[in-house]
Write a protein that binds this ligand. Sequence first.
Ligand SMILES: Cc1ncc(COP(=O)(O)O)c(C=O)c1O
Length: 363
Amino acid sequence: MDPTLPSLAGVRRARRDSIELALKRLAGTRDGPEWFPTSEFPTIQVRFMAILPSVLDMIGNTPIVDVSQLSPNPQVRLLAKMEGQNPAGSVKDRIALSMITEAEEDGTITPGCTIIEPSSGNTGIAMAMICRIRGYHLKIVLPGNVSIERRQLLEVYGAEIIDSPGEEGSNGAVRRALELADANPDWVFLYQYGNEANPKAHYRTTGPEIWRDVPGITHFVAGLGTSGTLLGVGSYLKEQNPEVKILAVEPPSGEQVEGLRSLDDGYIPPVFEKWGGFDLLDGKSIVRPRESLEYTRALADAGIFSGISAGAALAGAVKVARRIESGTIVFVVCDYGWKYLSTGAWTLDLDEATANAEKVIYF
Ligand SMILES: Cc1ncc(COP(=O)(O)O)c(C=O)c1O
C-alpha cells in the first residue's frame, strides 16, 4: 500500500472523530440539522439527515462553494451560491413556493383552481412541481424556442403548455399570458414580474442565508430576469451592511443573452419599481452570449455543471474582480446544466454555440 495514503482504519477514525466533534457542536445549537466542516478534516463534512415531511422542505438553505481559483485577482474571493440544489432544480423553487403559499393564505388560490403563468422555464417548472403536489391545474405560456428539456420537465409534472412565438421571447409569453388571464377571470394569475412574494422570498431566505454564511461579503452579483433575486437579496444585505454592492448582470441593449433582460430594452418589471430597484442597484455588468458560454465552461473546471446564466453571472463577477482591489463576491448559480445539454453549450465549437444562443432561450 502507498505509505503516503491514510489507512482505511485511519479514515474511519477520522470520520468517527469528526462525527463526535459535530455531535458536540450540535448539542450547543438550537436549529437542528446543519453542516459541520471540521478544521482537522475540512473535506469531511457530516450532515445529520432528517426525514423531511415533503420535498418542498428541501427548498432553500443551498450551499456556497468557493471558486476563487477562477478569480483574475488573487485578492478577490469568488463564491458560488448553488441554487441548482433546490428540488425542482433552480432558484425559482423559492419564489414559486412563496407566491403559491401567499395566494393560498389570502384566498386567491382555492382547491382545484387553474393557475396561468408566463415562464421561459424555471418558474414554470417549480410551479408545476408544487401544483402537482397540491392539486392545482397549471397552464404555462412558454416561448416556442426554449430548450426541449424545459418542455419535458413541465410534462413530468403535468403542466399544460401554451406556446407563444419564439421570436417574441419572454416578453411575448408575458403578453400572451396577460391576454389569457384577462379573458379568463376565474384563472389565477400570480405574475412573477409583479408579485411581491417574489422578492420577499429572497429577502426572507436567500439574503439571510448569504449573510449567515458570508458575513464578509462585499459584492453580490446576479442575472436580472424578473429582478426578484437582486432586489430581495440586495435589500436584505444593504440592511445588514449598506456598503455591500449589488450588481446586475444584463445583456447589451437589443442583444439576446439567453433570456437575460436589459432594462434599457424598455420593459421594467413592476417588482423592480415597487422595490426601488433604481436606488438599490449599484451598477450593472454587461455580458454577451459568448462570454456567458465561456464562463459556463470555466465553471466546469471547478467541477460545477451549471446553467448558462451562472456563466453570465460569473463573467459579471470576474469583471468586478478586475476592477476592485480586494473583496468577496457572491454570485448566483441559478440552476445546473441538465436542461441545456441539447443546446450543445459545452460540446459545440464556441462560435456555433454562440450562434445557437441567439436562437434558443436558455432560461
Ligand atoms: C436560470 C435563471 N437565471 C437567472 C434568472 C433571473 O432571476 P430573477 O428573475 O430573480 O431576476 C432566471 C429567471 O428568469 C433564471 O431562470
